[in-house]
Design a protein around this ligand. Structure first.
Ligand code: DC
Length: 229
């Protein structure tokens, strides 16, 4: 019999609030947290640094053999996890605009996904975790007892991302930002392997007019009532 661990799967489009909400849901429930996008970002970073063609899946796999992308869940760290490529720990480079522009191309390769999913399932087998991404409820943890599809309108997501970047001192053109988010969503939703979609059994939450605290409260309440049902 498979042991059902209390996992929470959170999927949704770019900038829908998965990271902020996922981390605080994990803290409130005493679970660990993993943003799986960071693993694809780590590979995109490696590919750019080593001048590897983003469309060449086999070259990307060789790169992964040379510099394995590994994550360690760590409730004490700011993000909730640490990402390594080979021996090197990665940080701010994961969210650079170059990596953000490249990551959906890297993440579309089926064999790359196989490697990442294998590691994500191993991590989940060790204990309770909140995992955020695009295919968590549909592919990585289809038996997760609680699944959320977190979404928000494009203007709301653009505004959140703009505010986030501005807080880091980065000024952006909102029209360009909207175009980038829409392009990334389209690539993630239309790829043949594990496209972003609402997983069977997922609760859909539109956070366009909700604060991160409201969304966190809602998810924690639902997880707790599902656990006692
Ligand atoms: O959530 P994010 O923006 O950090 O994700 C970066 C990219 O990685 C995103 O464009 C889609 C991809 N991704 C994915 O395909 N599957 C996941 N489970 C997580 C992210």
């Amino acid at each position: 019999m498979t042991r059902v661990l209390p996992h929470v799967a959170i999927d949704g489009p770019a900038a829908s609030g998965k990271t902020t909400v996922g981390r605080s849901v994990a803290r409130r429930l005493g679970f660990l947290y993993l943003d799986t996008g960071a693993m694809y970002r780590a590979l995109a970073h490696l590919a750019l640094r080593n001048e590897i063609d983003l469309d060449n899946q086999h070259a990307l796999l060789r790169l992964l053999e040379q510099y394995p992308v590994r994550v360690e869940l760590d409730a004490e760290s700011a993000s909730g996890y640490r990402v390594f490529a080979g021996e090197r720990e990665l940080g701010p480079e994961l969210t650079s605009s170059e990596v953000t522009a490249a990551v959906s191309i890297v993440a579309a390769h089926p064999l790359v996904r196989e490697k990442m999913v294998e590691q994500q399932r191993t991590i989940a087998s060790r204990g309770p975790v909140v995992m955020a991404g695009r295919d968590i409820g549909s592919v990585v943890l289809p038996d997760a007892p609680f699944k959320v599809y977190l979404t928000a309108s494009l203007p709301a997501r653009v505004e959140r991302r703009r505010a986030e970047l501005q807080a880091k001192g980065i000024d952006v053109d909102v029209h360009r930002l909207a175009q980038e988010l829409a392009e990334r969503d389209a690539l993630d939703q239309t790829r043949p392997t594990s496209p972003l979609r609402v997983a069977p059994g997922a609760v859909e939450i539109d956070s366009s007019s909700l604060s991160a605290d409201d969304v966190t409260d809602e998810i924690v309440r639902r997880v707790k009532s599902a656990a006692t049902a």
